[in-house]
Ligand binder design. Structure first.
Ligand code: ADP
Length: 474
């Protein structure tokens, strides 16, 4: 018999996604099922999510939840056992799930996600007639008030908080304490307060029974001022309860042998037709060097400004770049310009899953020069597709790629190239190393094959989460 857990998040593949959080939340239930845990996933009922559900059953309702009526619907979709919080006053909107149509945070984001956390606490407290979780697993700031609301009501089901990205704190002005149903007595620098504001993430870090993040290196980095974003002290105070569990990728969706978006292959040589198609699709003039891709949000975190600086070195050596991404206007403009100036660079500004599959199949290398990266998924897609990753030595990037240094090359275990983060010079030197490796076909193919054989599925992570759940529930 499976044990019951509730997973609470603001995004979940395939229903709603802005980043890697959604991939993880969507993949976790199937992975945990194999470990004897049945997860129900609680999500906000955004209009897109509501439209994707066909048969639903109302399992709970409230006349008033943060300014309007709400009900909880049980539904199944894409193999997921869902609980969807239908509260149109909070979630039925144009724009994106976090931003207005003009690109600003929704002013009531604190309330919108406090509502999600409040309902998670209700469920943990026994609000559903026939189901109660043994463990509650909450993800990022949007769900992080769950253990705080539970504590206020003495609901003692254990809570695991997973930090997918500490850059997002879920801040609200202190004047919103009452509106958020938070206790004024807890508004102090040891608990909910972060420099005079309320921080949902900090509350979760203080109140959760255990904390995890998505790679061992990021777990260590989070305790330092450089990466902790002001929360390093709180994280360090939870060191005994903190684990870094490396994400997996969904190999049902991301496997070159079975991917129906590409010409499938099971060995590096099978990439050739995909490479031809990719060059044509991006209108890139073929050169003698590696065809490199970037699939990313275009934000400061991802270091793609550094890559703009270093790109001329790659292009001078006959390398090529295809970039797919969307985000900050300055970066979009910078990459568009480079694409227009250079026949060896193709740029698509936008979000396109199918195109991203074709890119991983056709490219020689994937570039991930992030300034920080809690885990990162695209370097793992690269490994799986024989697309050699060049990554910054930070967070999960450092935990998933084996640098082609002399020792690794001699042992025949290298899978990619690591460079120091936040350093355009180092990135340029790394690109030179990449080109030199590409020019040695035997070495390169060995790296490709090593990558394709590297374990990137969910099995290891699921076993680690299961151990944490079991420890919490005992
Ligand atoms: P983050 O969560 O910080 O954005 P991750 O590497 O953890 O970074 O996850 C990003 C996910 O979003 C990956 O699945 C990646 O392929 C996908 N992605 C990012 N940008 C795009 C895009 N423009 N088009 C298609 N997929 C994208």
């Amino acid at each position: 018999m499976s044990r019951a857990a509730l997973s609470v998040a603001s995004e979940c593949v395939p229903l709603v996604k802005t980043g890697g959080l959604a991939d993880v939340v969507g993949a976790l239930p199937a992975a945990m099922k194999a470990q004897g845990w049945a997860l129900r996933t609680l999500l906000p009922g955004y209009s897109t999510v509501m439209a994707a559900l066909d048969r639903t059953t109302e399992v709970w309702h409230a006349a008033e939840l943060f300014g309007g009526p709400a009900r909880l619907l049980a539904a199944r979709a894409a193999g997921l056992d869902l609980l969807v919080l239908d509260a149109p006053h909070l979630y039925d909107r144009d724009g994106t799930i976090y931003l207005t149509p003009t690109g600003f945070d929704w002013p009531d984001n604190p309330e919108r996600f406090a509502a999600l956390s409040m309902v998670a606490a209700e469920i943990a407290g026994g609000a559903l007639p026939d189901w109660r979780p043994e463990v509650v697993h909450v993800h990022d700031w949007q769900a992080a008030l769950t253990p705080t609301y539970m504590k206020a009501r003495s609901i003692d089901v254990p809570v695991l908080l997973t930090v997918h990205n500490i850059a997002f704190h879920g801040l609200a002005p202190s004047g919103r304490l009452e509106a958020l149903h938070l206790q004024r007595i807890r508004f102090n620098s040891e608990e909910l307060e972060f420099y005079s504001q309320i921080s949902a993430l900090k509350a979760g870090l203080v109140d959760a029974d255990a904390v995890s993040t998505v790679s061992p290196t990021y777990a260590r980095e989070l305790m330092t001022p450089r990466f902790g974003m002001g929360l390093e002290g709180v994280i360090a105070s939870r060191a005994a309860d903190l684990r870094g569990i490396l994400n997996g990728i969904d190999t049902g969706v991301w496997s070159p042998e079975t991917d129906d978006a590409i010409a499938p292959y099971s060995a590096p040589s099978g990439k050739a037709p995909n490479r031809e198609m990719l060059l044509a699709e991006f209108g890139i003039e073929p050169g003698p060097g590696p065809l490199c891709i970037v699939v990313s949000r275009l934000t400061g975190q991802k270091g793609l400004d550094l890559l703009l600086d270093a790109a001329p070195r790659l292009l001078a050596m006959g390398g090529m770049i295809a970039l797919l991404g969307t985000g900050e206007k300055g970066l979009e403009g910078g990459w568009r310009d480079l694409g227009e100036r250079s026949p060896a660079v193709g740029v698509h500004i936008g979000y396109d899953e199918g195109m991203s599959h074709r890119m991983f199949a056709g490219a020689d290398a994937v570039l991930v020069p992030s300034r920080f990266e809690p885990c990162g998924l695209t370097q793992m897609y690269g490994l799986r597709y024989g697309t050699v990753p060049l990554v910054a030595r930070t967070g999960g990037l450092a935990d998933t790629v084996i640098d082609a240094n002399e020792a690794a090359l001699r042992a025949g275990v290298a899978t990619g190239v690591l460079v120091e983060p936040d350093d355009a010079q180092a990135l340029g030197a790394g690109l030179e190393r990449l080109v030199a490796l590409y020019a040695q076909p035997k070495l390169w193919q060995r790296m490709q094959r090593n990558g394709m054989a590297h374990p990137v599925g969910w099995e290891i992570a699921a076993a680690e989460y299961a151990a944490v759940y079991a420890g919490l529930a005992s």
